[in-house]
Design a protein around this ligand. Sequence first.
Ligand SMILES: [Fe+2]
Length: 473
Amino acid sequence: MIILGINETSHDASVSLIKDGEILFAGHAERYSKQKNDWYVNDSLIINALQYGTPNAIAYYEKPLLKASRLALRGGSGDWKPQFNIEGIPRKSFSHHYSHAAAGYYTSSFNDAVIVVLDAMGEYNTSTIWVGEGDKIKLKYKQNYPVSFGLFYSAFTQLIGLMPNQEEYIMMGMAAYGDWQKYYKKVDEYFPSYNQQKYNFHKGITDWGWVSEQDKFDIAAAVQMVYEQRLNSFMRMAKDMTGKKNLVFMGGCALNSSANTLLWNIFDMIWIMPNPGDAGSSLGAAAALYGKHIEWKDPYLGYDLGGEYPIQKIVDGILKDGVVAVATGRAEYGPRALGNRSILADPRDPLIKDKVNLIKQRELFRPFAPVVMADHAPKWFNMDFESPYMQYTVKCLQPDKIPSVVHADGTSRVQTVTKEQHPGLYRVLNKFYLQTGVPILLNTSLNIKGQPLLNDEHDIGSWELNYEKKIIS
Ligand SMILES: [Fe+2]
């Protein structure tokens, strides 16, 4: 059976196609429409997906009428009525949090796990705990709107002048430059325990008056600290409630790589599907309808540019110019560029960070992430686990040697690569290592700030025309 999973009407619309236990395609609407965080799927995306098979069923990631009632009774942004349909094909809807849970558990290698979903909100749920055993997923605990980890984080994102539901990751990066103690007490009063908030964050926070530039960084640091503490309590509660040692973590909150690292203190094994936010829920809905584990091989599931991985060209380019842009093979499903739509650069050069920030037109304080050969990772970073999808931030052990990929607080958001995960990228790193003694490159997404990642041949053409920068493909 071929199932088309759909997620639309809110931020980050996407489409996935699975055939029995195999993922044939998964892609984001914004990469085709060029509208960042696009709400709806579009024809180009659907046409691309259907090249991989004709669906027998459609799975939708939310319960439209339940969401309509929430919007009417409680408000909130977003639409409830999906636009895409194929006449004559049966269609089934799953709840927002169940789609998240299914995306995580059914792509995991676990037969037994606790599944935690934390986001701004689904129809009504904001925080849920599920148990996965065999192919069954059962709800154990739910917390409803307005108490919400996601709304808490987004409200402060907005307070410091960033875009809520989109730029939370910038606030997380700013936390490293702030003094968390200055605003800790005030922020803590808003969110005194994991199931209690003395404010409806959905209304935004407006009563803080004028906020100075340094205050923004201090607030970011306090918010991150409070978030990490409440997350810690919630996760310990989830473990105690279920007795499970394996964690599947999903929902937009699972994108907070600094907080994710702390979860290794609580659980033996962790799986965060590389697209844990709503954009991953088209795959979740499809997996929910299938009702069994599906095979997760890698996140290279989107538009296919074809071609062999241009190993030698990349290495030569980096050694000559310090930085190259790469677009080849299938696009990544998820927010991170993991080698197929990436800017790769020499991490040893302290000036490279500014150079890449200028190319991408980003704020100069913004950090960059390293990609490292997995077998070398423990020598360079304080980690005893793999991080193939840039989901954890860890302490860098040799910051002087790779200054451009170390954040202000001495940490790095690491991507580890094995030969099996991405043979081409692994060979690039190995060649760079043999020449320089450093098995690491800077890896960042191939896009301009605030725009979607480059997707197809047309995007490559416009980039080369507009920015006069050649892309290796
Ligand atoms: Fe969500």
